[in-house]
Ligand binder design. Structure first.
Ligand code: BG6
Length: 511
């Protein structure tokens, strides 16, 4: 009984409330009329407010070029929250939240706009008690980042007055290693590294944070988490969606930059890292960087043997016809951009030497599923009859989404008079055990206000991830152009990806 009551009260949310209330602050959102603000940022702030996790007087100031006013901003955000916030939008809660929403109309390149912003922020300090603490969130196209950051610096907004100033930057963080380095140096001319929050929203997902808890709060897995027991690791981030109106961005980006360089490299480093000695932000991030720095960099001519690129043609998703990539709006006809990547990589350290990590990600695959599967070596002896199939290897699968959970596959005797061995699995599901968990952006916005950088990407992490992915890009540039499209929408990707892993005597997990 007791346990059930505790669970209904949602221990995660209660825990957050007790332990963590940020100092009063104002969050400035550049790109306030865009999709990210409407779908993710303001709904996440609303959920935090409704859960009483925001400090009193918290204010969010939208900045954008469109001729909106504070009134129209509030009204548009109310509709956005009604649609996208996880918690219900009730009149009283909305009213108290909306009182902290403001809008400043300005072109991001216009100096005077920063002056007006500064004035408003000072007023909020006086009237709402935001105490000189600011978060500057850039929900803007990446090419605007350097100019905005420089102008924030020139306007004196990046300085600690009394209070702090933090910068949040969305991905993509550069286009390759060189551009990421340049961007890092621009940001660090204006903000110190510990006030720069590079967002990778995967790190805000409960199931992703749980990778470390699962590995290091349980003593039984760590001793077998290495090359002696693990045959290989598969990391999949599959999506059923296509371009969703982002054709122009995607055609310049492709899956390697959009998913592999950031989200998948984060999943990989959390899976492969050594135990940190404390859970302090830089100690954890030091261990993650070591994994990325240990990635074996393939020679340019090895790249085609270690990777498979794909692009979807027309097909069917859940029985409905969908267009091919090249027929999507804003995609160049004859485009050579990949919408699917599969690759094999190695982490050259003592723990993982020669253990392959197989990564795959793609758009318009059969269904949405993200998972990390650690496949253990087979039992050494065929004890149960030479004529029987060898028992299936044990697999520990961390399901990131959907159906968030963990499953462990092992073999048992099939009941009956004959000896037959069958794989079964033991499953833990977050939904049935804990109920609703906070959205990724709730956690990340709150951590940023709290000054906790653990779930944000440090400059050296970004650069190490780019070093590897840039090498893959160079290998592709040097190879003959791929023949696209090479997989039908609604399938699991190009046949070549199946053949490639089969050549290693392994197969992709089926979902
Ligand atoms: C974004 C990518 O970072 O992540 C998108 O730009 C992708 O292309 C999205 O669809 C996936 O996020 P999630 O949380 O739905 O797995």
């Amino acid at each position: 009984m007791q346990a059930a009551t505790v669970l209904e009260a949602n221990p995660l949310r209660e825990g957050l409330r007790m332990a963590r209330t940020p100092e009063p602050n104002a969050m400035v959102i550049f790109g306030a009329t865009g999709d990210l603000t409407r779908r993710k940022l303001i709904p996440a702030l609303y959920n935090l407010h409704a859960s009483r996790l925001l400090p009193a007087g918290f204010s969010a100031v939208g900045v954008a070029r469109r001729p909106w006013t504070t009134e129209s901003f509030r009204e548009t955000m109310r509709q956005a929250c009604a649609r996208h916030a996880a918690l219900p939008v009730t009149p009283e809660v909305w009213e108290s939240f909306a009182r902290g929403l403001y809008f400043v109309r300005s072109d991001f390149a216009e100096r005077e706009g920063y002056g007006r912003l500064d004035e408003l922020l000072r007023t909020l300090d006086r009237e709402r008690g935001t105490a000189g603490n600011r978060v500057f969130y850039l929900a803007t196209p990446p090419d605007q980042t350097p100019a905005i950051v420089r102008l924030l610096g020139e306007a004196g907004l990046a300085q600690r007055r009394p209070g702090w100033s933090r910068l949040v930057v969305e991905k993509p963080f550069g286009q390759d290693l060189t551009s990421a380095r340049i961007l890092n140096s621009v940001l660090r001319e204006v903000f110190p590294e510990d006030e720069i929050y590079r967002i990778d929203h995967y790190l805000g997902k409960e199931t992703v944070q749980n990778i470390l808890v699962f590995r290091f709060a349980n003593a039984i897995f760590e001793p077998i988490w290495d090359r002696r027991y693990v045959d290989h690791v598969q990391i999949a981030v599959a999506e059923a969606v296509g371009m969703e109106g982002r054709g122009s961005y995607y055609d310049r980006t492709g899956t390697l930059r959009d998913m592999v360089q950031n989200h998948m490299m984060q999943l990989l480093s959390l899976t492969a890292m050594e135990p940190p000695v404390t859970n302090e932000a830089n100690i954890v991030r030091n261990e993650k960087v070591k994994v990325l720095k240990a990635l074996r960099l393939p020679g340019i001519d090895e790249v085609p043997h270690l990777t498979v690129r794909g692009q979807y043609g027309p097909g069917y998703i859940a029985g409905q016809p969908v267009p091919g990539y090249q027929q999507e709006p804003e995609v160049a006809p004859g485009s050579g951009t990949e919408t699917y990547v599969a690759l094999k990589l190695f982490v050259d350290n003592w723990r993982w030497a020669d253990v392959p990590f197989y990564l795959r990600s793609g758009k318009r695959l059969t269904r949405r599923v993200s998972e990390i599967a650690v496949q253990f070596r087979r039992a050494p002896l065929k004890l149960f009859g030479a004529e029987l199939e060898p028992p299936e290897p044990n697999i520990l699968a961390l399901r990131i989404q959907p159906d968030e959970g963990i499953s462990l596959r092992f073999s048992v005797k099939l009941p009956g008079l004959q000896l037959e061995v069958r794989p079964v699995s033991m499953d833990f599901l977050y939904g049935t055990t804990f109920g609703r968990t906070p959205e990724a952006y709730e956690r990340l916005l709150l951590d940023c206000m709290l000054g906790d950088t653990t779930l944000f990407t440090r400059n050296d992490e970004v650069e190490a991830a780019w070093e590897y992915t840039t090498r893959i890009m160079r290998g592709w540039d040097a190879a003959p152009p791929p023949e696209f499209p090479n997989y039908e929408a609604g399938t699991w990707g190009p046949d070549a990806a199946q053949r490639r892993i089969a050549a290693d005597g392994r197969r992709w997990r089926r979902f």
